[in-house]
Each structure stands twice: as C-alpha cells, then as structure tokens.
Design a protein. Sequence first.
Length: 264
Amino acid sequence: MPDNLRILHHERLDSTSMEVRRLAEGSDDRNFWVRADSQSAGRGRRGREWVSQQGNLFCTGLFSHDGPMASAAQLGFVAAIAVAQMCEHYAPDIKAQIKWPNDVKIASGESALCGAGKDISAKISGILLESGERGGKIWVSVGIGVNLTNAPDNLPYVATHLSAHMDGAGPSAIEALAVLSEKFEILRTALISEGFDPTRKAWLARAIGMGQTVTARLGTRTIIGTMAGMADDGALRVMLPDGNDTLIASGEVFFNEASHVASD
C-alpha cells in the first residue's frame, strides 16, 4: 500500500461508491480508499445491482483530477489493468484479460463455474467510475468489486472468483486492496506524467476480442463490425463492413464467440 494513501474501513455500507460520493461532496479531502466488508446496495454500471457476498473485495477510491472531465474516464482503464495485475500477483498461472472498457475476465476450466467442461472467459471484477465537482475542482471515484472467495450464481454472464484459480485460499480483502492500490497508484502516476498512451498500450495487450466481430448497443442504435483497437482517448475502434472505422465512446459491447460471454 502506498504510504500516502489511506483506507477507511466499514463493516457494512449501502455501497462504497455512495459513501465516497457523500465524502466528496462534503469535503476537499482526496486520495484515499473506502472499503466495506459487505454492501446492502452495491451498484454496477448503468445502475445494475452488484451482488456483494462477504469475503470479496468492495472498495472505492477518491482522487483529484486536474484534466478535463472527459479524460477522467481514463482512470477506468487504469483500474482494470491494476485489477488484472493484482489477480496475476496471487494466481501467476492465469492470464487476466479485459473486455472493453473495464471488465476483467480470466479463463476458468472448472465446470462448476463455467456450466460446461471447457475453458471460457469468466468475469471476476466490476468497475464503476463517477465524477463530480466541488469548489471548481473535479473529483473522480473509482469503485471496484473483485470476487476473491466466491462468485454469485444466476447471473446473465459467467462469473468466477480468484481462489478458484489458486492452490490455496485466496487473499483477504485487506490484502487484495493493499496490492491493488499499489498497482493502481503506479499506473495512475504514469497516466499523469506520461499521458494516456502507456495505459492504452497496456490495455490493448490484455484486450479481449481484437479482430473479432463485435456488436455495440448504443441506446436504440446497434453497430456490428470488427474490433480494431482503441483510439487515443479510450474509445473503442470498430471497423464497419464497408471498411470505415467508427468510434464507440460508451455503450455495451458483445462478442460473437461463446468464450466472450456478454457481461455487465
């Protein structure tokens, strides 16, 4: 854990993201993490529920942001890479990959987790970014949930947990956050000092779906093409059937292969 970062621990919260928003709107204090043992109202992207089973990691970091509001979303890519690195720290034999923009997935060969006797890509983490302004200064919260010891059932996507890929027991939430926050801070510092390009390259090295057919749902509009990479601002590059590129800045993306089950 970086020496200059603090952890505010709670046994139970509605959600760490909600707590951080309350703190951000009431104070100029920044650069700390809030962790809870359990959440009663955990949230994922687009307001969906994040099942919060005890033993897993639920945390949100609060950070100052000196750039334009539009660039604050780049911390989501930083968070996804940090989660992937944390998973590999504890389970070095796995390869953690990222589905745009920040769903971290790992291969799982366990039929109990996959529902089939073959390896497929299973979601292990969810990331939620929010931002706001106080006193003319922008703040960004980075909410992260990681399945450490168990994964919820009956989801519209396949989920796994870190201990399923380890020989022994998985790390505790406080141990995992210590590793995660250290890796996050290294990546965040590089983003500030070197710009987005190193983050972009690190993300692309783990990207799921390069060169594959992708369907992007943008409200009432649907785009189908081939995943062609990431733009300089983090938008997803999709090559259309006519050979032209289009950029997806937000929306839900799905791949046509079973090994890339749509996730949220």
